[in-house]
Write a protein that binds this ligand. Sequence first.
Ligand SMILES: [Zn+2]
Length: 199
Amino acid sequence: MIIYGSKSKLLIQEALPDNCPHCGTKNSLTLSVFQKYAHVFWIPLFPMSKIGVSQCDHCKQVLEHKEMPSTLLSAYENLKAQTKTPLWAFSGLVLLAVIIVLAVIQSNKKADENLQFVTAPKVGDIYEVKVENGQYTIFKVNAVKSDSVYVQYSNFQVNKITGLHTLKSDTYAPDIFSYSKQELRNMLDSGTIYGIDRE
Ligand SMILES: [Zn+2]
C-alpha cells in the first residue's frame, strides 16, 4: 500500500495590528503562510500552493485567504511575497532522480558484466533464458572447452521471470547442450539470455 497525499508546513507568521473582522478586537490577529506539498510516505515529493490563514487570539475565528477581507488579503499577499518555496519540498523529486540515475548505472554495469561472462564463460555460471511459449528457465555451464560451452538445462520452467530464483536450487536435466561463445553472445544480444549469475 502506498501512502500519499498532501500536507502543509508553516513557513512564516506575523502579528497584525488590524481589527478582527469578526469580533473587532485590535492587535489580536496572527497571519500564517503555509507551504502545501505532495508527499509519498511522508517524504515531500513536490511543492503545491501556499495557503494563508489568519487567526484571532480573542474569538479564535480562523479565516483562509479565500475568506479574508481585502485588508487582510493584502497583508497576506505581502507576507507571502517574503517567503520562498523551500528546497525540502522537492526532496522526493531529488530522491527519485538519484534512484533513477543509480538504477541506470547499475543496469549498465550489469550489461557490461554479462558481456564479460559470455566472452569468457566459467563452469558454474548460471544463465537465465527465455524459452518458447513465454516460459523462462535457466541453464548451468558444465564445461568450457576452447570455443564450446557445455550446458545443462534445468528440469523446470516457470512462467514468470520472478519465479526463476526458485529454479536455482533445482536439479538439471542430464542432457548436455553445447553452444559456441558467439552463439551465447547472439543470445545475449537478442535478449534470449537476459541474466547471468556467477558465484
Ligand atoms: Zn476575533
